[in-house]
Design a protein around this ligand. Structure first.
Ligand SMILES: Cc1cc2nc3c(=O)[nH]c(=O)nc-3n(C[C@H](O)[C@H](O)[C@H](O)COP(=O)(O)OP(=O)(O)OC[C@H]3O[C@@H](n4cnc5c(N)ncnc54)[C@H](O)[C@@H]3O)c2cc1C
Length: 584
C-alpha cells in the first residue's frame, strides 16, 4: 500500500507514463514483431491525432542472402494472417510471395493424402525472410522482412540500420546505445529482438522480474531444385510429415520459387535426426529419383524456437514483444508476433506505458496465447501416440481421402489437419472440433475399415495443377465473383485489377461502382444474414481477389476490436459517396 504522502509522487509519475505529442519510441529489432508494432502504433497515433516519433533499430541487411539477411524461418504466412493483414490494408505484394499454397500433402509411413482448401484459392504465402538462401542467384523477389521495413518507413518510422549494444536507464527513461556510438533517450522501448540474438541479456535487471522463454533447437535447410523441378514435384502444395521418428513433432517441405525449404520441429533436433528423416522413403519420394542422395542443401541452420512464454516481459517504459515474450507453439509465429505487437502498441497509445498498464491490457493477450499453447502441447502429445499406431494413421488417411473425394461434404478431419498444419485456428478450437460426435463416428468407421481392408489413403497429386506465385484467385473479365440474391458468409479484398459492382434493375444491370486494388466488397454479409445486394464481376484482363472468412474475421475482431474500425471506416465512406450521388 502506498502511504498518503507518497501518492502525489506516484500520481505524478503515472501521469508522465503516457505517450503524447512528440513522444519518442525505440523499437529494437525490425523483424515481424518490431515492424507490426511500429505500423500499429503509427496507425493508431494518426487516428488519435498524436504526433509520435518511432526509431526502429535493425542490425541485419534483409537484402543479403544466407544468414546475414535471414531471420531463420520456414517462411509460411498463415491463412488467417494473410486475411487479417488484408483487412488491415496490408496486401502482401506478388513480388514477395515465392509461392501461393493451396493444398497440403500429408505423409505418414502408412500412406499419404492430399488436402485441398475448400475454396480452391491460394491464401497461404511461402516467402523468404531475407534475400534467399546462401549463394542464391537470380532471386529477384524481395523478402518479407525487407517488405515490412519499407511498409513502416512509408508509414513514417525512422529505420536505423545499426546494432544496439546497450540499453540503460536515466531517471527511469531508457537510453539506447548503438555499435557506432549513437545514444538516444526515449519515452518507451519495444524490445523485438527474437530469441536467436544474444541481445536478450540487455533486459536482465532493467525489467526486474523478466525471465526469457525456454527454447529448443530446430532445423531448416534449402534445397536448390530449380524452378521447373519445384513446379513439377511440389506445385502449390506443402508436404507435411507425421513419421514415427523420436523427438520429431512436425516436418514440412515448403516450395518456393527455385528452392524447397525443409523445416524440422521437435525436441532438440540434431544432425542424426536430420539424417534419419532425409533417409525415409516418404521424403525421398517427394524429390526426383536419386536427387536427395546426390545433392546437399544450399543453406542450413539450427535456429532456436520457443517452448514456453517469458515471465513478466514488461516494466515501466519497456515492453518485450514477439518471440522474446510469447509465440504460438510451433506454428504461425509471425501471426502471433502480429497479435502481441498490436496489443502492446494499443496499450501504449490508448492506456499508457507503465508496468500496470501493460499488466492490465497487454498481459491478457500473452496469457491467451500461452493458455492455447498448453492445449497445443496436449494435441502434440496425442499426435505422438497416433504416430506410433499404424491402425490410427490408416484410419485418418482413409477418412481424409474419403472427404477429399466427395465434394460438398463437410470435411471434419481435413479441416482439423489443415488448421493444425497452417496454424490458422487456435489449438483450443481444433481440440473442441475433435469432440464432435460425427467426427468421432467417422474416425471410428475409418479405423475399422482400414483394419478390415488394410488400406489407408493413397493421396493424389491433383494439388500440383495450379502453381502460381500470387495469393488469392484470378477471375477473368466478366467472371462473376458474387451474385445478387445469393447467400454469402465471406467478403473479398481486391489484390490486383478491377471489379465492377452491378445492380439488377428490372432485368438490366446498372453499374454502381468500379473498385480497384485494396478495396473490399461483400462486407454486408458479415453483419446481416441477408442475400447479396449486388453482383460483382471482374473487369479487364484478370482480377486477383482474396476471400476473407466471416469466422476468421469475427474471431480476430473479438481478440482485437480495433480491426472492426477499418471496416466501419470503409462503410462510412461508401455511405458518404452514396449521399453525394443522391444529391446530384
Ligand atoms: C525452424 C523455424 C521455422 C519457422 N517457421 C515459421 C513459419 O513458417 N511461419 C511462421 O509464421 N513462423 C515461423 N517460425 C517462427 C517465426 O520465425 C518467429 O515467430 C518470428 O520470426 C518472430 O518474429 P520476431 O520479430 O519476434 O523475431 P525475429 O524474426 O527473430 O526478429 C528479431 C529481429 O531483431 C533483430 N535484432 C536482434 N538483436 C538486435 C540488436 N541488438 N540490435 C538491432 N537489431 C537486433 C534481428 O536482427 C532480427 O531482425 C519459425 C521458427 C523456426 C525456428
Amino acid at each position: 500500500m502506498l502511504k498518503t504522502n507518497e501518492r502525489p509522487a506516484r500520481d505524478k509519475k503515472l501521469s508522465q507514463l503516457k505517450l503524447d505529442n512528440g513522444s519518442k519510441i525505440a523499437v529494437i529489432g525490425g523483424g515481424p514483431a518490431g515492424s507490426f508494432f511500429s505500423y500499429s502504433a503509427l496507425d493508431l497515433a494518426e487516428r488519435l491525432g498524436i504526433d509520435i516519433e518511432i526509431d526502429v533499430y535493425e542490425r541485419k541487411d534483409f537484402s543479403r542472402c544466407g544468414p546475414a539477411g535471414c531471420n531463420h524461418c520456414g517462411g509460411i504466412i498463415s491463412e488467417s494472417l494473410v486475411q487479417i493483414l488484408s483487412t488491415e490494408g496490408i496486401n502482401i505484394p506478388s513480388h514477395v510471395v515465392q509461392r501461393g499454397i493451396d493444398s497440403y500433402v500429408l505423409h505418414m509411413d502408412t500412406g499419404r493424402a492430399g488436402i485441398d482448401t475448400p475454396l480452391q484459392e491460394k491464401r497461404i504465402a511461402s516467402m523468404y525472410r531475407g534475400g534467399g538462401p546462401l549463394g542464391a542467384k537470380g532471386i529477384t523477389r524481395g523478402g518479407f522482412d525487407a517488405y515490412l521495413e519499407k511498409l513502416i518507413q512509408d508509414k513514417g518510422a525512422n529505420l536505423i540500420k545499426e546494432r544496439v549494444v546497450q540499453i540503460s536507464l536515466d531517471d527511469g527513461y531508457p537510453i539506447v546505445k548503438t555499435k557506432s556510438g549513437l545514444k538516444k533517450k526515449y519515452e518507451l522501448i519495444a524490445g523485438a529482438i527474437g530469441i536467436n540474438a544474444p541481445s536478450l541479456q540487455f533486459f536482465d535487471g532493467l525489467v526486474p522480474e523478466f525471465r526469457p522463454p525456454d527454447v529448443t533447437r530446430t532445423f531448416i535447410c534449402e534445397f536448390s531444385l530449380g524452378r521447373d523441378l519445384v513446379k513439377k514435384h511440389f506445385g502449390g502444395s506443402m508436404h507435411v510429415f507425421l513419421l514415427n521418428l523420436p523427438r520429431l513433432e512436425f516436418a514440412a517441405l515448403i516450395p518456393k520459387d527455385e528452392y524447397v525449404s525443409l523445416v524440422l520441429l521437435g525436441e532438440g533436433i540434431d544432425k542424426e535426426l536430420v539424417r534419419s528423416f532425409l533417409n525415409t522413403p516418404e521424403v525421398k519420394g517427394c524429390f526426383p529419383p536419386g536427387w536427395i542422395e546426390s545433392n546437399t542443401p544450399a543453406c542450413k541452420c539450427f535456429p532456436k524456437i520457443n517452448t514456453n512464454a517469458a515471465i513478466q516481459p514488461f516494466s515501466d517504459r519497456i515492453v518485450l514483444i514477439g518471440d522474446c515474450s510469447v509465440t504460438k507453439l510451433y506454428k504461425n509465429g509471425i501471426g502471433s508476433a502480429f497479435s502481441v505487437a498490436k496489443a502492446a502498441a494499443t496499450t501504449a497509445l490508448l492506456h499508457g506505458i507503465s508496468a500496470d498498464d501493460f499488466e492490465k491490457h497487454f498481459m491478457p493477450v500473452l496469457k491467451g496465447i500461452n493458455f492455447d499453447n498448453n492445449i497445443g502441447k496436449i494435441l502434440f502429445a496425442f499426435t505422438r501416440q497416433i504416430q506410433k499406431r499404424d491402425f490410427l494413421k490408416q484410419g485418418i488417411l482413409r477418412m481424409v481421402s474419403k472427404e477429399q473425394h466427395k465434394p460438398g461434404k463437410r470435411r471434419y478431419m481435413s479441416m482439423i489437419l489443415w488448421d493444425t498444419f497452417t496454424g490458422s485456428a487456435p489449438y483450443k478450437e481444433i481440440v473442441m472440433r475433435t469432440l464432435n460426435p460425427i467426427f468421432i463416428f467417422n474416425l471410428i468407421r475409418g479405423i475399422v475399415a482400414a483394419v478390415l481392408f488394410k488400406k489407408g489413403g493413397n493421396g493424389s497429386k491433383s494439388d500440383l495443377k495450379n502453381a502460381t506465385e500470387s495469393l488469392g484467385r484470378i477471375y477473368m473479365d466478366g467472371e462473376v465473383i458474387v451474385r445478387q440474391g445469393e447467400f454469402g458468409d465471406c467478403f473479398y479484398v481486391i489484390q490486383e485489377g478491377k471489379v465492377e459492382v452491378l445492380h439488377d434493375e428490372n432485368g438490366k444491370d446498372v453499374r454502381l461502382a468500379v473498385l480497384s486494388e485494396g478495396d473490399f466488397f461483400g462486407e454486408m454479409a458479415l453483419f446481416e444474414r441477408e442475400v447479396r445486394s449486388c453482383t460483382v464481376s471482374a473487369l479487364g484482363g484478370g482480377s486477383r481477389v482474396l476471400t476473407i472468412d466471416k469466422k476468421t474475421l469475427l474471431r480476430r475482431i473479438q481478440e482485437d476490436p480495433s480491426l472492426a474500425f477499418r471496416l466501419l471506416e470503409k462503410m462510412s465512406s461508401r455511405i458518404r459517396t452514396m449521399n453525394e450521388q443522391l444529391k446530384l
